[in-house]
Design a protein around this ligand. Structure first.
Ligand SMILES: Cc1cc2nc3c(=O)[nH]c(=O)nc-3n(C[C@H](O)[C@H](O)[C@H](O)COP(=O)(O)OP(=O)(O)OC[C@H]3O[C@@H](n4cnc5c(N)ncnc54)[C@H](O)[C@@H]3O)c2cc1C
Length: 385
């Protein structure tokens, strides 16, 4: 067990999130070099990952990103509300975004709640400190919206499972060490009842990661082939046959609480758009601000639910829709006031704004398409026929 008792400014206690935020601000006043670097627009995705990795390492070493995670797995105690406060401060201090560390708020909560304890107590510190990164292997070429129809299989052979199949749109796989993978352990027609979640080491023989270049010029997405990949039987997350529960836990974060973490970085982007606007389009800026306020309210409620160790369930779909609307209206406001974006200047900050704008067009797809969120609301909340 680590001897670390807490970030210096907190003296080993876990005070409320507002106090954590205030102490963190004071610590950041020292302007660590990794913070200064993370404020600079960096359109080269590979370099951006390295910059944020360095920031994560410093924050971990100082204890800030250990707050909000249980002590048994390397954290310092506290809840998601502490993590929410830390990210809010980082965004306010000009960090442009967390790149693939966004996955800490999508995958790590499920790993901590449902993963094999011994493994997670090593994996979480490695993740939070930027040493080992993670990806999510759910979608397949013929199983996106219909996730329960996925075909990747896991067959028990001695004390290992053998994985065969193909995943697609796997964010950040080319940077990741681990993949939280959903595979079929039941019979082919078992739908959601026959799925199990595994932790797969992407460095193992039989794994091939093929990057997919996106329209915005980054290649953070990938196709991942699993050809006879052997996984120890104790690398199951949740129960054998309980993969759907794991997926729903993850989606409760990806569609619900993640919006809090993401929207923190959209506020400064909108302020920036307002300052650069050639002619201030008050309605575009105002509309985007209202969209952000809606995300703020909905996702803060989601953070409170998870802080109380519950999950959002289908209600997370609302928050995802609100986040999509805000991502797009903030970027519409950016485009409206930004002649540079249209004429194709390659200054880093312009290139990054262009990247963000193009990415905002596809946010309605990840974590389940917009139509599927509406479907969830119609069927599971409104009980429409
Ligand atoms: C930026 C990004 C990052 C992603 N990251 C990951 C990741 O890390 N891991 C991962 O596993 N996946 C990831 N995905 C994949 C994502 O989850 C899927 O793209 C999504 O679930 C949709 O599946 P699909 O692409 O197969 O589209 P399809 O399911 O084929 O859907 C195509 C269209 O048909 C509509 N449609 C389908 N079924 C219905 C229905 N029953 N009713 C109404 N409309 C319907 C959809 O809304 C959509 O418009 C990512 C996607 C994007 C864009």
């Amino acid at each position: 067990m680590s001897q670390f008792t807490g970030p210096p400014a907190l003296g080993g206690q876990v005070p409320d999130p507002a106090q954590v935020a205030a102490s963190f601000e004071t610590w950041l006043d020292e302007e660590p070099a990794s913070l200064v670097a993370a404020r600079v627009a960096e359109p080269d995705y590979e370099r951006r990952v390295e910059v944020v990795r360095a920031l994560m390492a410093d924050l971990y070493d100082a204890g800030w990103t250990r707050l909000g995670w249980p002590e048994e797995v390397g954290g310092l105690g506290g809840t998601i509300a502490h993590r929410a406060a830390i990210w809010e401060v980082l965004a306010r201090r000009g960090v442009t975004g967390m790149a693939l560390f966004e996955h800490t708020e999508i995958l790590a909560p499920a790993l901590v709640a449902l993963g094999p304890r011994e493994f997670v107590s090593e994996a979480l510190p490695a993740f939070l400190s930027g040493r080992e990164l993670w990806s999510q292997g759910f979608s397949e070429p013929d199983a996106g919206s219909d996730l329960a129809g996925l075909r990747t299989t896991a067959r028990l052979d001695g004390d290992e499972y053998v994985i065969e199949g193909r995943k697609v749109w796997t964010s950040w796989a080319r940077y990741a060490t681990w993949c939280l993978l959903l595979a079929r352990t039941g019979d082919p027609g078992s739908r959601h009842r026959g799925l199990t979640a595994f932790v797969v080491d992407l460095r193992d023989p039989g794994v091939e990661v093929r990057a997919i270049e996106q329209a915005n010029g980054t290649d953070e997405l990938a196709e991942v082939v699993f050809d006879g990949v052997r996984v120890p039987a104790d690398r199951i997350v949740g129960e054998l046959g309980g993969g759907w529960t794991v997926a729903m836990h993850i989606l409760s974060h990806e569609r619900g609480t993640f919006a809090w973490f993401r929207h923190c970085f959209l506020y400064p982007q909108l302020l920036d758009a307002g300052e650069r606007a050639l002619e201030r389009d008050a309605s575009a800026l105002g509309g985007a601000l209202l969209d952000l306020a809606a995300v703020s309210a909905a996702s803060a409620a989601g953070v409170s639910v998870h802080a109380a160790e519950r999950t959002l369930g289908p209600a997370a779909a609302y928050t995802k829709l609100l986040l999509c609307a805000a991502e797009q209206s903030v970027n519409d406001a950016t485009l409206a006031g930004d002649g540079d974006l249209a004429v194709g200047l390659q200054l880093p900050e312009v290139a990054m704004r262009r990247q963000e704008y193009l990415f905002s067009r596809i946010v309605t797809v990840y974590g389940g398409s917009q139509q599927m969120q509406l479907d969830t609301i119609a069927k599971q909340i409104l009980r429409l026929p």
